[in-house]
Design a binder for this molecule. Structure first.
Ligand SMILES: [Mn+2]
Length: 316
């Protein structure tokens, strides 16, 4: 697979790198890092990292527009995206040649070459492996972004997707590129007091069902009251791990700008991605996301999760 990927990167002078909508640190980090890596290895190639920019992740760098791309003669590399409908790119059909690198559970095939590895913590970990096994060259900047993606998707090695291989990869990355961990964590985790007070609100107000589903609806009004944005509200899910009363936890946060409700679900036991798929969402077995038009279906989803937990409790 490594050979096949390199062969294709070599073949094209123009390469476009895309990833899922609502890009997170793993998606945008792997995207911008891979662009830097290809530029470092093949300085004459044109490389574009495309998709919506999020000022929240400005420490990862900036993105390019899809203008003046010669689609017929470009290679599209899709990162961290299990479904074509989740892709943040104008029109995938414009690209004849597509390559995908992803660690989500397989959902559908939409590229001619696909490297899918569910056992990898993150797409960033896959890109590091790709570099360590080929002549693709990282530098300190790309290594730092890839490290950030691994840290984000494992929640600082808290989640079970962090395997012994992840630790080996990360150790090599830190020592080869002399990564300065305190400054990286400062970029990723420094927060203002408004956000911390908002976390306090979430802890105070989250409810729990009979069978262990923690749930909270975070309206636009609440976000305004605490001076946080929809992205911060969506990120609250990461704060709720290791609460003994929850087996599954879910946040519904209103995004007034996009006119949607961002839903994040996490589990410590039962798989929740099949339920997410029923609502046009998806993701990993224990970590999924959904987008809803409004709060109408939220109670129904919580009820279904409660049934999933009831089943799970019977058997465990
Ligand atoms: Mn990811």
């Amino acid at each position: 697979m490594y050979k096949e990927i390199i062969k294709n990167i070599k073949k094209y002078d123009s390469i476009v790198i895309a990833r899922h909508i609502g890009g997170d640190i793993d998606a945008i980090g792997s995207q911008i890092a891979l662009k830097e890596i290809i530029k470092e290895t093949y300085p004459n190639k044109k490389v574009y990292a495309v998709g919506a920019f999020s000022s929240r992740f400005k420490f990862l760098g900036s993105l390019d527009k899809e203008d003046d791309i010669d689609f017929d003669n470009s290679l599209l590399i899709v990162l961290d995206t299990p479904k074509v409908s989740r892709l943040d790119v104008e029109n995938i059909a414009k690209y004849k040649n597509r390559l995908r690198i992803d660690h989500h559970p397989f959902e559908e095939n939409f590229c001619n070459i696909e490297w899918i590895d569910e056992d990898k913590s993150s797409t960033c970990e896959m890109i590091v492996d790709l570099c360590f096994n080929t002549k693709l060259k990282m530098n300190k900047s790309s290594a730092e972004k890839l490290y950030m993606g691994i840290i984000a998707d494992t929640n600082r090695f808290l989640y079970p997707c962090a395997t012994s291989n992840t630790f080996i990869t990360v150790a090599k990355l830190i020592s080869n590129y002399k990564l300065e961990i305190p400054s990286i964590y400062e970029k990723m985790y420094l927060r203002n007091l408004d956000e911390i007070r908002f976390i306090g609100y979430v802890f105070q107000n989250i409810k729990v069902t009979k069978n262990g589903v923690g749930y909270i609806k975070i309206t636009d009004e609440i976000q305004k009251k605490f001076g946080v944005d929809a992205a911060s509200a969506g990120n609250m899910i990461g704060e709720l791990s290791y609460i003994d009363d929850f087996i599954v936890w879910i946040t519904f946060s209103e995004d007034k700008k996009q006119n949607i409700i961002r839903v994040s679900v996490r589990s410590r036991g039962p798989a929740i991605n099949t339920l997410a798929m029923q609502y046009n969402g998806g993701g990993h077995k224990l970590a999924s996301g959904i987008r809803l038009p409004n709060f109408d279906l939220s109670d129904e989803i919580v009820e279904k999760l409660d049934i999933i937990c009831e089943e799970y409790n019977k058997n465990n």
